[in-house]
Write a protein that binds this ligand. Structure first.
Ligand code: ADP
Ligand code: MG
Ligand code: MG
Length: 249
């Protein structure tokens, strides 16, 4: 589903990704772990097409199509979802307006009929319930005054509504307390655990992987994947640390 080959990327002319290769197969959760500054968020931004992140070499295909031939809206309409560590606030726009506009614009690009107001509300309430988010929160402006945990749950409601094929989730667990972590993790499972879908799950902590059990775990360090293994690799990283595990690689 996602195939990244020898990817090099720079930020402000500084090389950050230096020959990164990895795949995500349909039906798979591939966890990416790695020390601070390794390039994990840069990878997520490059996949999303964020301005300022320049690809200098390598290729990325998404369901066989060259990702870099698509603009960010086309990537989203094709089923790519990005969840970020610091969700943005959008004063003046309610969650419901924002989500309906996002969904219907993606449906339009795919040649599908827009959802009616009633259909959309039903869908939004269903996903809010899944994430145990008070549906009244959806009437409030996007993320304005939301706690860290509410922002993450609102983002997962967004993911549930958009129903992507591939989710790239960057430290979705950061700032969550134990109960919110479980709710968000179970939300990811409910929305994305599907033979036709894939997840690239960037995290520092085993605790999210206790809920969202990865099929594969890779270590990103110095802009490259330096080690790949099964779920046991995450457990080793947790107990021994990156330096010890990478010294053995
Ligand atoms: P991670 O998410 O793995 O902690 P990042 O992808 O955020 O790492 O950052 C990788 C490296 O890129 C770091 O050294 C960081 O300082 C640098 N970097 C990220 N964004 C910028 C930027 N806008 N300008 C300059 N350097 C940046
Ligand atoms: Mg970081
Ligand atoms: Mg980061």
């Amino acid at each position: 589903m996602l195939e990244i080959t020898d990817l090099h990327a720079t930020v402000a002319d500084k090389p950050i990704l230096k020959g990164l290769s990895l795949t995500v197969a349909a039906g798979e959760v591939h966890a990416i772990m790695g020390p601070n500054g390794a390039g994990k968020s840069t990878l997520a931004y490059v996949l999303g097409g964020r301005p300022g992140y320049e690809v200098t070499h390598g290729s990325v295909t998404f369901n066989g199509v060259d990702l870099f031939e698509m603009d960010p809206h086309e990537r989203a309409a094709a089923g790519l979802f990005l969840g970020f560590q610091y969700p943005v606030e959008i004063p003046g726009v309610s969650n419901l307006q924002f989500l309906r506009e996002a969904l219907n614009s993606q449906r339009k690009q795919r040649g599908e009929e827009p959802l009616t107001g009633g259909e959309f509300l039903k869908l939004a309430r269903e996903k809010a319930a899944l994430l145990k988010l008070d549906p009244e929160m959806l009437k409030r402006h996007v993320n304005v005054g939301f706690s860290g945990g509410e922002k993450k749950r609102a983002e997962m409601v967004q993911m549930g509504i958009l129903d992507p094929k591939l989710a790239v989730l960057d430290e979705t667990d950061s700032g969550l307390d134990i109960d919110a972590l479980r709710i968000v993790g179970e939300g990811i499972n409910a929305i994305m655990r599907d033979p036709a879908k894939g997840v690239l799950l960037i995290t520092h902590y085993q605790r999210l992987l206790d809920v969202v059990k990865p099929d594969r775990v890779s270590v990103l360090a110095g802009g490259r994947i330096v080690q790949t293994g099964g779920p046991e690799l995450a457990l080793r990283l947790e107990s021994e640390g990156y330096d010890a595990v990478m010294a053995d690689a």
